[in-house]
Every structure is written in C-alpha cells, then in structure tokens.
Design a protein around this ligand. Structure first.
Ligand code: CP
Length: 315
C-alpha cells in the first residue's frame, strides 16, 4: 500500500480484514519491519485515541513514531499558493512538508474540516498539500472529509461481534450542541457500503450526506423504523452538509436511548468516541453490555498497525 488516504487506497477489503485479524492475533510478529524507520504523526487538531493508538501501533512494528502538534508546537502553516505571507502564518506547506518528508519514512496527518467552506474542505486542501509536497507515504488520521482508520477499526469490531453472515448495520445521526464534521459518517458509509453488511442510514430530513458518499443509498428518515431488527447501531452527529457546517437540528428525540435500542435485534451500540453522554447516547446504553465503544477504540491499534505494516512492506 503506497498511502492510506481513504478506502480507495485499499486494493481488497476482505484481504485487509483478514490481515487485521492476523495482526490482532499476533501483534509483535512484525517487530523488525519498522527497524531503522520512522513515522511523523502530525496533529492539527486534538486527539486521544488516534494519538495514542498510532504510537502503540508503531511500537508494535518496531517503528519510531514522533508526534508533532502543528500550530502549537511548530510554526503556523500557510497553505495558499502565491500568497504574501505578511500575516500570522510563518511557514509555507511547500517547505514544511518537504522538510518533514526528508526526516521521516511515513507521515500521518490529522486535519479536520474548517466547516466554513464546503468546496475547500471537500477538496482536502491540507491532506492533498502534504501528499503533494512531502514525498513519502501519507496516512489519513482524520481529514476534512474522512476518517478511514476509524471506519476500518469499526469494521474489524463488527466482524468480531456479528452473529449473522450479513448483519444489519444502522448509522444514525444523533444530536450535538456543536457543529461537527461529516468525516466519520462519510467513511463509515463508504466502508460499510463495501463490506458484507446491510447498511441503513437514518437522520433528520435535510441532513443528507454528500451524494458521492451515499452513492445512491436512500436515507430512512424514521429512526424507529431504521432501528427495527438492527444488529449494530452506530451513532454519530454531523453538521449540515447542504447548509454547510450549520447546526439546524438539536431534537433530543434522536438521542440513542435504551428504549430505542429495544427496537433492535439485541443490537450492539457503537460510537467512535469521544461521546457526549445523555446528549448523543444515554448512560443506560453506554454502560450496558450492548456497548462496543471500548472494543472499537482498542481496534484502532489494529487498524493503524495493519495500515503501517502494509506501507512499510512497500518501502
Ligand atoms: N475516534 C477518534 O478518532 O478519537 P480521537 O479524536 O480521540 O483521536
């Protein structure tokens, strides 16, 4: 694998899942693969799971990982071409990315959507600039429009807990007081659409995801109906795609409650974390045996380790 920006970089999803199972079973089997290699983990936004799981994954492969908090521990970056840099940005991405690429064998980046300009966010300005200028393989640790390492970990978790060959998986929008990106929801839809599951997406009318993400899949606007017979409920808030970045709905009825989960086929509850208790999901669900949120977080080591392993094997 030459890079991991999205599902498009995965030649065969079933093979990748099988590889992840092997990695999980025997995490230290490839300890020499990363010898004398190093990865830079760049964070333009906060993180708990991605930051820690990526370091654990690298350590399992014998790969040195260095974390850099861009804009906090380094110079503020400029991404526009031809700009007169007489404002608060001190270093252009052209130099910064090339320098990082000269120091490391792999660069992993977290750069959230600004939620101000849809066209700019969906052009993946930051991620694309690193790909263009750093000259080494790039891993997406959540970009403006996608969080493939999370979707990969979610799919591993579903594989582990499914009790039918083709489970019913429901992505449900849930309320949130702040405007959040569509990245997690986008990748979840992309990966589940390619996996051996039956995917239903439910959200309030007007909260449709990008047409290229849904790829013809029609949303179910009745959340109760969507939950009926579900094996997995995946909750996530996202801000509006059409009225870009706005919070137009805070209807608390969309919170995942114990009563809602009772409509499912003894379904499991999933969320990428961090999650706002009793806003997105009730305590009674999160604290129940139905919740897989810690399993998903643990599988973030597996997804990153599998991706780094595939990249290191090409170097
Ligand atoms: N799910 C996830 O990416 O968590 P962090 O934002 O804490 O990394």
């Amino acid at each position: 694998m030459k890079q991991f920006l999205s599902l498009k970089d995965v030649p065969n999803l079933s093979d990748l899942i099988e590889e992840a199972k092997e990695v999980k079973k025997n995490p230290f089997a490839w300890k020499s693969l990363g010898k004398n290699r190093s990865a830079c983990l760049l964070f333009l936004n906060p993180s708990l799971r991605t930051r820690l799981s990526s370091q654990r994954a690298a350590a399992n492969l014998g790969l040195e990982a260095v974390v850099l908090d861009v804009n906090a521990g380094s110079w503020k970056l400029e991404f526009e071409d031809g700009t007169v840099m007489n404002g608060d940005t001190a270093e252009h991405i052209k130099e910064a990315a090339a320098v990082i690429g000269a120091y490391f064998d792999v660069v992993a980046i977290r750069a959230f959507a600004t939620l101000k300009d849809r066209e700019e966010d969906y052009s993946e300005k930051v991620l694309s600039a690193f790909v263009k200028y750093c000259g080494v393989p790039v891993v997406n640790m959540e970009s403006s429009t996608g969080h493939p390492l999370q979707a990969f970990a979610d799919l591993i978790t579903i594989e582990e807990y499914k009790i039918t060959e083709r489970p019913k998986v429901v992505l449900t929008w849930a309320p949130h007081p702040r405007a959040l990106p569509q990245a997690v929801a986008n990748s979840f839809v992309e990966w589940m659409s390619a996996a051996e599951v039956d995917l239903t997406v439910t959200h309030p009318e007007g909260y449709e995801l990008a047409p290229e993400i849904m790829n013809g899949l029609k949303p179910e606007y009745d959340q109760n109906k969507a939950f009926e017979g579900a094996d997995f409920i995946y909750a996530k808030n996202w801000s509006n795609y059409n009225d870009y970045g706005k919070v137009l709905n805070t209807d608390t009825d969309w919170m995942v409650s114990g009563a809602k989960m009772a409509l499912t086929n003894s379904g499991k509850f999933m969320h990428c974390l961090p999650v706002r208790r009793n806003v997105v999901v009730g305590d009674e669900v999160l604290d129940s045996e139905q919740s897989l949120v810690i399993d998903e977080a643990a599988n973030r080591i597996v997804s990153m380790q599998t991706v780094l392993k595939k990249i290191l094997e090409t170097l």
